[in-house]
Write a protein that binds this ligand. Structure first.
Ligand code: SF4
Length: 214
């Protein structure tokens, strides 16, 4: 059954009668309490299981329309409650190769982005070292940890028009990285067309114009 008012956070699956929801898992972290709630919901509603998406989110699928509101109420916050999506690797909190604390800066970046209203969706990847496990060079905004600070990358995309992002700052501190990101996003917001992702935007206006704005 298709519910009359689809609750926020519910996504229709192919076929249109079943729904999926994505519990909020900031930076890919899930608490023991969250895991217990998710597990009990999956069992109580006899759902097929949980899938980890490419974006480090959990997707609980196979929910019948008439049950979707109840499932969401049991799960608590679902869907993309944060404005823009930030992916971060473990960095110095757990990876032996890490040069910088990607979890800490990722959390700050997620909060920072809530201040923006941008023309299109924005994906960010924060990697603690040049191995780039968070795919920073193919994200709209990427950060890569080095021994001297952060490299900031802008305008990457991993879609069919794949584009490697341009480096817009090097060897900067956490604070400076956020300052640079703020400036480049101001320029993007003020000059991009509606729904124009950063990769297309940089290709259209040119990286020189972007760098001049910083
Ligand atoms: S990007 Fe570097 S620090 Fe992050 S998980 Fe990969 S190897 Fe570790």
């Amino acid at each position: 059954m298709i519910p009359e008012n689809l609750p926020k956070g519910a996504v229709a699956q192919r076929g249109g009668t079943l729904y999926s929801v994505r519990p909020r898992t900031p930076l890919g972290e899930i608490s023991a309490e969250q895991l217990n709630v998710i597990n009990s919901v999956v069992q109580d509603f006899n759902l097929p299981g949980v899938r980890v998406t490419a974006a480090q989110r959990l997707s609980i699928r196979g929910i019948p329309g008439e049950k979707v509101a109840e499932v969401i109420e049991r799960l608590g916050p679902v869907g993309e409650l944060c404005h823009y999506y930030v992916q971060a690797c473990l960095g110095t909190t757990g990876c032996r190769l890490a040069m910088q604390d990607s979890m800490k800066l990722g959390a700050r970046l997620e909060e920072f982005l809530n201040e923006f209203e941008l023309p299109a969706k924005l994906k960010c990847g924060v990697s603690g070292c040049s191995m780039c496990c968070s795919e920073s060079y193919v994200r709209d905004v990427g950060l890569v940890g080095t021994a001297k600070g952060w490299t900031v990358v802008f305008g990457g995309n991993a879609g069919k028009g794949v584009r490697k992002g341009d480096v817009i700052a090097e060897n900067v501190s956490d604070d400076k990285a956020l300052e640079v990101i703020g400036k480049v996003l101001d320029f993007y917001r003020d000059n991009a067309k509606k729904k124009e992702r950063t990769a297309r935007f940089v290709a259209r206006v040119g990286i020189e114009a972007v760098l001049k704005a910083l």
